[in-house]
Each structure stands twice: as C-alpha cells, then as structure tokens.
Ligand binder design. Structure first.
Ligand code: GTP
Ligand code: MG
Length: 370
C-alpha cells in the first residue's frame, strides 16, 4: 500500500496540515506534517473530513504532470523567476520599478511597460530575469500549499531605517518553508537614519546569516530612490541563479501557473500565466483549473502581441472559457475534447467538495470516537 505525508494529503484535500495532525493525534496517532501515514489511515482521515476518496479510474482523467518527467537531454537553461517580498512600505514596488528601469530593452525603446503582475528584465550582459510582483503573503502560501512553487529566488526587502518588522519575519518563514534561496536587499540606505548593520544583526535572530556575518545568504545595500546598488543586486541574482542551474524543456506541450486572472470588459477572461516548461503558442488548446480554452492571443509584459512563450516567460493569455484562480495549473492538451473532459472533471470534483456536508467543527467530528 502507498504511503503519503500528512502535508501532501492535506494539500490534496485542500485542508490545513495542522488540522490533519490534530485529527491524527485524537485518533491516537501522533505525527508531524512531514511524516508519512499508511493508506488505511489516510482513507479514514479523508472520510472523517467529509471528502470523497478518489476512485482509481479518476487518475485516468487527471493530467499527471508530476510523473511526466523530461529527459535530461531535452533540458535547456531558463531564466530565474524572482519574487520580491518584505514589510509594507519597505520599498518593494520602488525597487521593482528601479530594476525595471535597468532593463536595456525598455530603456532603448522607451516603451511603455504594461503591468501584468510579472515582467522580464534583460540585463546589460544579456541575461533575462523574470520578476514577480509581490503577491500578498497569503497568496504566496496558498500557491505553495497547492504545490505551485514557481519562485526560484526570493528577494527580501528590508528598509534600513525601519529594520525587521512583522511581515519581514513572515516573509522569512515563507521563504524557508518553500526552501527557496533568499537574497537580502537592505533598502533606503540613502537615509540618514539608515542602519544596515543593525538589520544584519537582527536577521541572525531569525537564522538568516548573511555573508558579512559569516553565513551564506547574499545581502546587498540598495536605494531604490537614489538607484544605488542595483547592478550589484542583479549580479547577485545571476550568481544565485547560476548555482541553481535552472533548466526546462522548451520543446514540449506547455505547462504554466496562473499568477493572476480577471474578467476584462473588452477581452473576456484574461489570465497571466508563467510558463514553467514547454512553449505556449497561439492556437494551443489547454485546460487551466476547471476552465478550458484555446489561446486566441498572447501579450507580453511590454504590451506586445506575441505568438509563442517559452519557459520562465510571463504572458497574458486570451481565449479562456472562464476566469481561473491564482495558482491554477495550465496544461496544453492534444484536443478540445480532452480539455473539456479534464475541466469538467475538475469542476465536478470542486462541486462535490462544496456539497459534501463537512462536519462543522473538529470537536463534533471526533466526539463520537472518544
Ligand atoms: P507596499 O506595496 O505598500 O507594501 O509598499 P512597498 O514595499 O512597495 O513600498 P514602496 O515602494 O511603495 O515605498 C514606500 C515608500 O518608501 C515610498 O514613499 C517610497 O518613495 C519610499 N522609498 C522606497 N525606496 C526608498 C529608498 O531607497 N530611499 C528612500 N529614502 N525612500 C524610499
Ligand atoms: Mg508596493
């Protein structure tokens, strides 16, 4: 019989890992979220939480991306995906804007950069870096809980005058939980009240040991306002990316993750998708969450219509049947029938989950057992 970790089961049930641990504890089975439980226990737990156990045949309908591994010889280098996080007002947006200002392409063309929640910067050396606009921390953990680990590197922005604040610490915890390397950008060093060294010291308390303190976390002093340290930051991102040896197979059916989606008045449902692997092309048939569609048009972060988008490219996709959710997976499939089949199956699963009367609270669920 198969074993599964508590966290993995929680993810599949869209429940909190901690709630499963609690339930298991009450069942006389004290485990942590990272430990595995056997199939019988898992099935019992699933029923206790009021979910349905997937029939084996269901796995024939779902797209199994996890076991669809690309052969090593198909892999090619891809751009790093970098997310900027930090406390409110510490300068995340300013830093993003400043970094975008270093983009040689938009610098040259003077082009208007459209906001699509993600954009790419071409460095002086010609390397591409994909930046994601700071998602709310909830959105970040939600995506992570759903297995959408799309970020390769996190830039933690800490204002040198303000120091470590609650959301800084939250961001540290999220980053650690995601197992993603961090680069600390100590911002606002232009201010008289700036105290970068104090930031480094406070970081120690949260087990973030920067290079200057004998650790291996890269840190860089920047000023988004005065454009200080930006090249240094880019260099550190590229260095970190090199260590990660990021690759993807561009020559396959595309898969991506929805970063954000909305219903646009003129254009209908629009999703910003970060392509993970493969190349997404106009005309491709896809399923995304419980929606399906055919790529009618694609728009890049520079507002240009494009015909194809490879790994690590953020792109606006038009031609969806409805608005998917952030974190939903997009997969290109062979035909419309297949797309509709998977979408319908997912919609059905979602309805089942909503209509299955879940016990109202934990106590009532287990009072019968004790
Ligand atoms: P939220 O999105 O609200 O969480 O804020 P944020 O982290 O994006 O900060 P934002 O970029 O909006 O900057 C907040 C304030 O700090 C603004 O008034 C900026 O002008 C100022 N600021 C940002 N970077 C710097 C800097 O390097 N030096 C100085 N002196 N001010 C800065
Ligand atoms: Mg902001």
């Amino acid at each position: 019989p198969e074993a599964i970790t508590v966290q993995e089961l929680a993810n599949r049930m869209a429940e909190k890992g901690a709630d499963l641990v609690k339930a298991l504890f009450k069942m006389g089975n004290p485990v942590t979220v990272n430990q595995t439980i056997d199939q019988d226990t898992a099935e019992l737990l699933v029923t206790e939480f009021g979910h349905n156990i997937l029939r084996v045949s269901d796995s024939d309908v779902e797209i199994d991306t996890a076991s669809d591994v690309d052969a090593p010889e198909t892999l090619q280098a891809r751009a790093p995906v970098v997310t900027i996080m930090g406390h409110v007002d510490h300068g995340k947006t300013s830093l993003l804007d400043a970094l975008r200002g270093t983009d040689v392409v938009s610098g040259e063309s003077g082009g208007i950069t459209q906001h699509i929640g993600a954009y790419q910067v071409k460095t002086k050396g010609g390397e591409i870096i994909t930046f994601l606009d700071t998602p709310g921390h909830e959105a970040f953990s939600e995506m992570r809980a759903r297995g959408a680990n799309i970020t390769d590197i996190v830039i933690l922005v800490v204002a040198a005058d303000d120091g470590l604040m609650p959301q800084t610490i939250e961001a540290i915890n999220h980053t650690k939980a995601a197992g993603v390397p961090m680069i600390v950008a100590i911002n606002k060093v232009d201010k008289d009240s700036a105290n970068p060294q104090r930031v480094r010291e406070r970081l120690l308390e949260h087990e973030v040991v920067v290079e200057g303190m004998g650790g291996d976390v890269q840190d860089v002093e920047v000023s988004a306002l005065k454009k200080i340290g930006l090249d240094d930051l880019i260099e550190k991102i590229l260095l970190q990316a090199e260590l990660l040896e990021l690759t993807a197979n561009p020559d396959r059916a595309a898969e991506g993750t929805v970063i954000e989606a909305k219903l646009d008045k003129g254009r209908g449902p629009v999703a910003t998708v970060l392509v993970g692997r493969g190349t997404l092309r106009v005309g491709d048939t896809f399923v995304v969450g419980a929606e399906s569609g055919k790529v009618r048009a694609m728009v890049n972060d520079k507002g240009q219509n494009i015909k194809e988008a490879g790994p690590s490219s953020p792109v606006e996709v038009l031609g969806l049947s409805g608005v998917p959710g952030a974190g939903d997976q997009m997969s290109v499939v062979e035909n419309e029938a297949r797309a509709r089949e998977v979408a319908a199956y997912r919609a059905e699963q979602a309805t089942k989950k909503r209509t299955t009367a879940a016990p109202t609270n934990f106590e009532s669920m287990f009072s019968a057992l004790s």
